[in-house]
Write a protein that binds this ligand. Structure first.
Ligand code: NDP
Length: 450
C-alpha cells in the first residue's frame, strides 16, 4: 500500500471510531477520501496541514429540543439539528430536512457532501445541513406552522444572512420556508435573506423551485454531449415525486425526452405513454396541494400502472434520474439498469447510489453524474437568491435560468477536466471530489489553524 493510501486509511479509521453508528456519514467520507489519493500524492501540503482530519470534523453541531402542541392539544417533542460543517469559502449553506429518518449521522453526511458541492458551484458558500425527525406527512397546516415556529425559536440564534443560510430539502418546501421565515423575522426584527427558497413575492428568486431538477437535466445534457448525444427521444426513469423529481420531468419534456416513471416511499407508477406536461401539472397538484400519494396516478391515467413497494430501476430506460433519497439504487439495481441498456445516470438526490452500485456504473463506463455535481443547481440558485437579496433586486426568469445553465456548464467542465488532469477521463466521481476539495482545502490553509 502506498504511503498516501495508508494515511487515508488511518484517517478513515479515526472517522469510523469517532462517529459510531453514523453509517451514511462514513459512506460519504470514505467515497470522497479514497478518491483524493492522486491529489495528496501531488500536493503533500494537504497531509502536512491535516486537512483530511479537519475537513471531516464539523465546525459546529447544534442539537435542540423542539416542543409543540398538536391539534388535539397534546404536547409533542421532536429533535432539531444544524450541522455547520465548513465555512472556509463562505457562510454555511445547505437545506433543512424534515423526515422521521433524520438523525445527526444523516445530517453530517449531507453537510459533508454540501461542502464539496457548494465549492463546485463557483459561488462563495460554505457547507451546512439541518433539520428534524418531525414528519410533516398527515399533519395539518396549523401543526406544521406551530412546529416550524418552535424549531426556528431556537435555530434563529445560530443562523443569519452572513453566518448560515438554510434552505429546503425533503419535507421542507415553500410552505415550511414561509413559516420559518415569519418566525425568524418576528424574533430578530430583521427582513434579511436568512433563508432561501422564499416565495417570489417576499424575497425569493424565480427558478429556485425548478433549479435542482433543471440543473440535473442540464448536467445530463452536458454529459451526453461528450458522446455526441442529447436527451431528445430518450426514455427516462425518474424516482421520487417531490420538488426535484417534478422539475426534472418538466425539463426532460422541454428537451424532447420521455419520462415514464415517478415514485414515492410506497411504490412506483409506470406510464409507457410518458408523463407529459398535462399529467405533470396533475402530479404537482396531487403532491404540492392535496399532498396525496403517487398511486392515485394509476387510477387517473389509463395505460399506466402502479408497482406497489417497487422502485423504478427495473423499467427499461436510456437515462435514469434518481431524485428521492440516499441509497435508493442498490448494486443489484445498478446491474439491472446497465443490463437493460441505461446509458446515463444523473443524480438529483444526494448519494442515491450505494457504493457497490457506483462501482458498477464506473466499471461499465456509462455516463454517471454524482449528486454533488449533478444536483448542485439547487444550491447554486439559492446562492443567486442571496445575491439578489443583498442587492435588493429581482432578476427575470430568463436571467436566472441563463445563470443556472452557465453554472451547470461550468461545473461540468471543471469536473471533466479535473478527471482528465488526474488521468481518469470520464470519471465524474473523482473529478467532482478533487475539484470541490482543492478550493476548500486551499482556503483552509490560507486562513490558518482555525
Ligand atoms: P421532497 O420532500 O419534495 O420529495 C421527496 C420525494 O422522495 C418524495 O416523493 C418522497 O416520497 C420520496 N422519498 C423521501 N424519502 C424516501 C425514502 N426513504 N424512500 C423512498 N422515497 C423517499 O424532497 P426533494 O425533492 O427536495 O428532495 C429529493 C432529494 O433531492 C433528496 O435527496 C434531497 O437531499 C435532494 N436535493 C434536493 C434539493 C432541493 O433543492 N430541494 C437540492 C439538492 C438535492 P414520500 O412522500 O413517500 O416520502
Amino acid at each position: 500500500m502506498s504511503k498516501v493510501k495508508t494515511y487515508i486509511q488511518s484517517v478513515l479509521d479515526i472517522v469510523k471510531s469517532r462517529n459510531p453508528g453514523e453509517k451514511e456519514f462514513f459512506q460519504a467520507v470514505q467515497e470522497v477520501l479514497e478518491s483524493l489519493e492522486p491529489v495528496l500524492e501531488r500536493h503533500p501540503k494537504y497531509q502536512d496541514q491535516k486537512i483530511l482530519e479537519r475537513i471531516t470534523e464539523p465546525e459546529r453541531v447544534i442539537m435542540f429540543r423542539v416542543p409543540w402542541l398538536d391539534d388535539k392539544g397534546q404536547i409533542q417533542i421532536n429533535r432539531g439539528f444544524r450541522v455547520q460543517m465548513n465555512s472556509a469559502i463562505g457562510p454555511y449553506k445547505g437545506g433543512l430536512r424534515f423526515h422521521p429518518s433524520v438523525n445527526v449521522g444523516i445530517l453530517k453526511f449531507l453537510a459533508f457532501e454540501q461542502v464539496f458541492k457548494n465549492s463546485l458551484t463557483t459561488l462563495p458558500m460554505g457547507g451546512g445541513k439541518g433539520g428534524s425527525d418531525f414528519d410533516p406527512k398527515g399533519k395539518s397546516d396549523n401543526e406544521v406552522m406551530r412546529f416550524c415556529q418552535s424549531f426556528m425559536t431556537e435555530l434563529c440564534k445560530h443562523i443569519g444572512a452572513n453566518t448560515d443560510v438554510p434552505a429546503g430539502d425533503i419535507g421542507v418546501g415553500g410552505r415550511e420556508i414561509g413559516y420559518l421565515f415569519g418566525q425568524y423575522k418576528r424574533i430578530i426584527n430583521e427582513f434579511t435573506g436568512v433563508l432561501t427558497g422564499k416565495a417570489v413575492k417576499w424575497g425569493g428568486s424565480l427558478i429556485r423551485p425548478e433549479a435542482t431538477g433543471y440543473g440535473c437535466v442540464f448536467f445530463a445534457q452536458n454529459m451526453l454531449a461528450t458522446r455526441g448525444d442529447s436527451i431528445k427521444g430518450k426514455i427516462c426513469t425518474v424516482s421520487g415525486s417531490g420538488n426535484v423529481a417534478q422539475y426534472t420531468v418538466e425539463k426532460i419534456n422541454q428537451l424532447g425526452g420521455k419520462c415514464v416513471t415517478l415514485s414515492d416511499s410506497s411504490g412506483t407508477i409506470y406510464d409507457p405513454a410518458g408523463i407529459d406536461a398535462e399529467k405533470l401539472a396533475w402530479v404537482m397538484e396531487l403532491k404540492n396541494v392535496r399532498r396525496g400519494r403517487i398511486r392515485e396516478y394509476a387510477d387517473k391515467f389509463k395505460g399506466s400502472q402502479y408497482l406497489d413497494g417497487k422502485r423504478p430501476w427495473g423499467i427499461k430506460c436510456d437515462c435514469a434520474f434518481p431524485s428521492a433519497t440516499q441509497n435508493e439504487i442498490s448494486e443489484e439495481d445498478a446491474k439491472t439498469l446497465v443490463k437493460n441498456g441505461c446509458k446515463l445516470v444523473s443524480e438529483g438526490a444526494n448519494m442515491p447510489t450505494e457504493p457497490g452500485g457506483v462501482e458498477v456504473f464506473l466499471q461499465s463506463k456509462i455516463l454517471y453524474g454524482p449528486g454533488k455535481a449533478a444536483n448542485a443547481g439547487g444550491v447554486a440558485v439559492s446562492g443567486l437568491e442571496m445575491a439578489q437579496n443583498a442587492q435588493h433586486t429581482n432578476w427575470t426568469r430568463e436571467e436566472v435560468e441563463r445563470r443556472l445553465k452557465e453554472i451547470m456548464d461550468a461545473i461540468h467542465t471543471q469536473v471533466k477536466t479535473t478527471a482528465e488532469e488526474y488521468g481518469m477521463p470520464g470519471n465524474y466521481v473523482v473529478g467532482a471530489n478533487i475539484a470541490g476539495f482543492v478550493k476548500v482545502a486551499d482556503a483552509m490553509i490560507d486562513q490558518g489553524l482555525v
